[in-house]
Design a protein around this ligand. Structure first.
Ligand code: GDP
Ligand code: GDP
Length: 439
């Protein structure tokens, strides 16, 4: 249902200005205030937009592969860019000219079919422009002169980037629900993929995604519901050094989240909850996707009694407070316990994520809520709620028109959200409330 955005990666040796360019392109979007606990802004992955085209942007410089020599790291970052991106911005530095490390990166980029746009950074003034032509010898065609610091030449660079986007693959009629399994390494994502496919024993077909590397798997559940498991191939890919680095795992998770309707956040019952689990879950929440928390390896929890499940659930609720809407399911890829329930649950969450409620009913709910718990006042001024209407799905988004948005106290907004949740089942999906002044 959701379209995959093209991916643009910025590569180049350290200090050429990758993160400066990255921040330029990502612009204001990146500085959005974070309010999900546990989510630190890694700043290696962001959304960009140019001339109405949306894309995702990766700063490969932020992917540190520890214990590797300098040159190996740069090469691996270039390989990651080739694996992940539809277009690569190869960034070099006018002040240093072409260095050995630039040549090494170029060697790796030559070997792929991914389009490369060469950008020469730090061209802060027009006098430097004549030197830009020296970079022709790298063999990537016209170099684009830019200055990350001064914001010069970024528009021309982005023109070239979007010209190289893959043609939008004519999307076949697809009414399937797209979901992904995300989680840190070894929680059992691949095992779950195989087990889910095995349990449903159904028509499985690999289709090429809109982005080159993402291979999605389609299947039909026993009841006929159609699903697309996002990025299954990427998940199965093994054996590369960078696979287990946390930043890389985050990157893959964020891409999968972007391309999914519903996200299954996989935890390992045997190991409990780690910081990385929280960060990954935080991204799913922020992206506004439907979320299901899947606790895998339940078979490894020994001496289970009636309280075991409940107390595990309490810990999860405590650690993932912002995901209070997400259902929790305890499974085992090994014994197949409760796996059969997953497709049904995904379908339900999808229904809630795409649910539309009637304005009349919505307003009845709000008016009842206000009657039961009067609106707050501030400086003798009372909040007045005029009416509300749903303006979007995925996630369900409501505008509430009021006399003065400043009077909408956080806790009162939370109260209204809870009342909406109680009246309409929105299990598994975030809902957004936008408070507007009525003109
Ligand atoms: P990265 O290691 O490739 O991500 O590079 P950074 O973005 O961290 O930049 C490295 C250094 O180059 C920093 O000191 C930046 O301020 C500087 N820099 C980045 N872009 C420009 C530019 O357009 N002009 C100049 N003069 N300096 C720049
Ligand atoms: P991924 O890195 O998240 O894709 O994790 P894998 O699917 O590769 O699983 C990591 C390890 O956990 C493998 O050795 C699996 O056999 C094991 N594993 C996965 N799921 C379960 C489970 O439900 N129970 C048990 N006991 N082991 C599991």
């Amino acid at each position: 249902m959701l379209m995959a955005n093209p991916v643009v990666a910025v590569v180049g040796r350290p200090n050429v200005g990758k993160s400066t360019i990255f921040n330029r392109i990502a612009g204001e979007r990146i500085s959005i205030v974070e309010d999900t606990p546990g989510v630190t802004r890694d700043r290696i992955y962001a959304h960009g937009e140019w001339l109405g085209k949306d894309f995702n942007l990766i700063d490969t410089g932020g992917i540190e592969i520890s214990d590797q020599p300098f040159m190996t790291q740069i090469k691996q970052q270039a390989e990651i860019a080739i694996d992940e991106a539809d277009v690569i911005i190869f960034l070099v530095d006018i002040k240093t000219g072409i260095t050995d490390a630039d040549e090494q990166v170029a060697q790796i980029l030559y070997r792929s079919n991914t389009p490369v746009v060469l950008a020469v950074n730090k061209v802060d003034n027009p006098e430097l422009r004549s030197q830009v032509y020296d970079f022709y010898s790298l063999g990537f065609g016209d170099p684009y002169a830019v200055s990350g610091i001064h914001g010069i030449g970024i528009g021309d660079l982005l023109d070239a980037v979007i010209n190289n986007f893959p043609d939008e693959i004519a999307q076949e009629e697809d009414d399937s629900i797209r979901f992904s399994l995300i989680g840190r390494p070894n929680v059992g994502k691949s095992s779950l993929v195989n087990a889910i496919l095995g349990e449903n024993r159904v028509i499985v077909s690999d289709i090429a995604g809109t982005t080159r590397d993402a291979i999605d798997t389609k299947f039909t559940a026993a009841d006929g519901a159609k699903f697309t498991m996002v990025d299954t191939a990427g998940m199965k890919k093994r054996g590369k050094i960078y696979e287990n680095t946390e930043k890389y795992a985050m990157l893959r998770a964020m891409r999968a989240i972007d391309n999914s309707d519903i996200v299954l956040v996989v935890l390992n019952a045997d190991e409990g909850i780690r910081e990385q689990d929280k960060r990954i879950a935080g991204y799913a929440h922020e992206a506004g996707r439907g979320v299901i928390i899947v606790v895998n390896k339940w078979d490894l929890v020994t001496n289970k009694n009636t309280q075991t499940l409940k107390s595990f659930e309490n810990i999860i609720r405590q650690e993932f407070q912002y995901l209070s809407y997400a259902p929790i399911v305890f499974v085992s890829a090994e014994t197949k316990q409760r796996l059969i329930k997953l497709p049904v649950l995904i379908q339900q969450v999808y229904d809630h994520h795409t649910k539309r409620v009637q304005s009349a009913t919505l307003n009845d709910v709000l008016m009842d809520a206000i009657a039961a718990n009067p609106t707050p006042t501030q400086n003798n001024k009372r909040l007045r709620v005029f009416y509300a209407t749903q303006v979007a799905i995925q996630p369900p988004t409501f505008i509430i028109f009021v006399n003065d948005p400043d009077l909408m106290h956080f806790s009162y907004q939370r109260y209204l959200e809870n009342q909406i949740r109680e009246s309409f089942d929105f299990t598994g999906t975030p809902i957004h409330l936008i408070i507007r002044q009525r003109k």
